[in-house]
Design a protein around this ligand. Structure first.
Ligand SMILES: Nc1ncnc2c1ncn2[C@@H]1O[C@H](COP(=O)(O)OP(=O)(O)OP(=O)(O)O)[C@@H](O)[C@H]1O
Ligand SMILES: [Mg+2]
Length: 497
């Protein structure tokens, strides 16, 4: 196929051998924004004739559409030093009854190039069901995405402060408007504010659970000790094999409902010759540590994870006031319960989670780090690789893409990239995503706050540059140095401060 494309490579026609002469001719025609100077396969080089053409601009050539993926000034051999601005355009196809039909042959050189208008853009990007988190950069057209691909997972990657959380909040609101249940692990406690603003006046319900330390008005997330299997304790601590079997024996001797304290008491009462005394003592010590670390989190019955997954419902697990180790355990536990609940539904087993869902993990490098050995990484890997079969979508958000496990990133078929400068991060993104090419990577440092490049499964064209909708959150800091001097108050001739 590639070979055929090469054979039908067009050359610049003789009459346009100089960019300057081409410019002259086209200056007098309609409002062409450029002219094709050469094309090969799905790519065309376009001489730029309009200020409005920039990286990410979507253009039309005859009935074909393409996107400017790269721009450079090139020397024109014929006229010496004059430099011409050339746009490398990726042509993606023609519109046929609202469907995009892929390009079958290269575009003809010296064709006029026009900017796609708003209607064309929206028609090209939309399908039966659409969501949108912003506008196509430089236009008022909504940047529609295909929500049906949520279960092929998403990654929102950018340097700190680029607008990841605002983007994720917009995305969550859009999925939730279609009814998809969403569960978010919020490391900074910022989603309640963002999402209540975005969902004002809608039917979407937001429920926030705090972890470890309560906050007024929010529920507390609890883990039900009574329903934990011995292997579930791996979410919270490392147990050797003998310690695991000793725990199994202790749990067998307890009745239906018990607390962690009852398990600890059960250790000292365990009288089983097959278990070494040292093993029991070590297990007891580990459980005592758990009791301290997970104070207020372990509970007899705990939060029913099934009930968190409801249509038109967003559940925020605000883990901002708990230590890192606790957060990792909570992510591990929730991730496993969500996937297992869906597997039970598929296998018609009791206690299923009936609805498909989106699981959003902020600061994902803390839970899916390539060097991390915590079980939370393994649970996220499972959702990334098996979630699609059971309608569980994963959205990872991170400011340190290079620290995230490659296996997880490579399963994220939609990439939302914002401002990134770190070369390691760029390299890691290049290696992990099939849908991203070098041109997109080069442009990542040129993005402003709130701008993103969206590429992959949810996007119907190779990539799009999007201005994410702003969220007007009350009380947002406008400056960093809003200090005031304490005023001096003079009373009865004495100075008080
Ligand atoms: N779409 C947007 N349009 C305009 N301004 C935005 C947009 N998104 C974010 N901002 C501004 O950028 C600030 C940082 O955004 P946000 O908190 O989403 O960044 P972040 O990448 O999540 O940062 P962090 O790495 O700290 O989590 C916001 O407080 C807001 O002022
Ligand atoms: Mg953030």
């Amino acid at each position: 196929m590639i070979f055929l494309w090469k054979i039908i490579l067009y050359e610049i026609p003789k009459e346009f051998h100089s960019y300057e002469s081409a410019k002259q001719i086209h200056i007098n025609t309609m409002e062409a924004a450029g002219m094709v100077v050469s094309s090969e396969g799905r790519e065309a080089d376009v001489l730029v004739l309009s200020e409005r053409v920039e990286l990410g601009t979507i253009i039309r050539i005859d009935d074909l559409y393409g996107i400017v993926a790269y721009m450079s000034y090139r020397e024109d051999e014929k006229i010496g030093s004059t430099q011409a601005l050339i746009a490398r355009v990726q042509i993606f196809g023609r519109l046929d009854n609202g469907r995009l039909v892929r390009l079958k042959r290269p575009v003809k050189p010296h064709s006029d190039v026009f900017l796609a208008d708003e209607n064309e853009l929206e028609e090209m990007l939309s399908a039966e069901e659409n969501i949108s988190i912003g506008t196509v950069r430089g236009t008022n057209a909504r940047a529609f995405l295909n929500p049906n691909e949520y279960d092929r997972h998403m990654a929102i990657l950018a340097s700190t402060g680029a607008g990841k959380s605002y983007t994720a909040a917009n995305l969550v609101k859009e999925f939730s408007s279609l009814g998809l249940p969403v569960v978010i692990v919020d490391t900074h406690g910022e989603y309640p504010k963002l999402l209540s603003k975005l969902t004002e006046g809608t039917e979407i319900q937001i429920e926030t659970y705090t972890v470890k330390h309560g906050k007024q008005g929010y529920k507390e997330f609890k883990i039900p000790v009574s329903s934990l299997e011995p292997e579930d304790f791996h979410h919270f601590t490392f147990l050797t094999e003998p310690q695991g079997s000793a725990l199994g024996l202790v749990l067998d001797k307890l009745g239906e409902d018990y607390q962690l304290k009852d398990i600890i008491d059960g250790c000292s009462k365990l009288n089983d010759k097959t278990i070494h005394e040292g093993t029991i003592k070590a297990l007891e010590r580990k459980l005592r540590t758990l009791d301290r670390t997970f104070k207020n989190i372990f509970d007899k019955y705990g939060t029913d994870i099934k009930k968190l997954v409801q249509p038109y419902n967003i559940t925020i697990i605000d883990a901002s006031s708990s230590p890192q180790g606790v957060r990792q355990s909570v992510v591990s536990y929730i991730a496993k319960e969500l996937l297992q609940g869906r597997i039970r539904e598929y296998n018609e087993m009791p206690d299923p989670i009936e609805h498909s869902m989106l699981f959003v993990v902020e600061e994902a490098h803390n839970y899916a780090g390539s060097n991390l050995s915590h079980s939370c990484k393994y649970q996220l890997q499972r959702i990334a690789s098996e979630g699609r079969k059971f309608d569980v979508g994963l959205c990872v958000i991170s400011q340190k893409p290079s620290k995230i496990d490659e296996e997880i990133l490579s399963q994220c078929n939609t990439g939302i990239y914002m401002h990134i400068t770190n070369p390691n991060d760029k390299d890691h993104i290049r290696k992990s995503f099939e849908s991203i090419n070098d041109e997109i990577i080069k442009d990542l440092d040129g993005l402003d706050v709130g701008e993103c490049i969206i590429a992959g499964a949810m996007n119907r064209i190779p990539f799009i540059i999007c201005n994410v909708d702003r969220i007007d959150v009350k009380g947002e800091k406008t400056g960093k140095f809003n200090y005031k001097r304490e005023e001096e108050i003079k009373v009865g001739g004495f100075d008080y401060v």
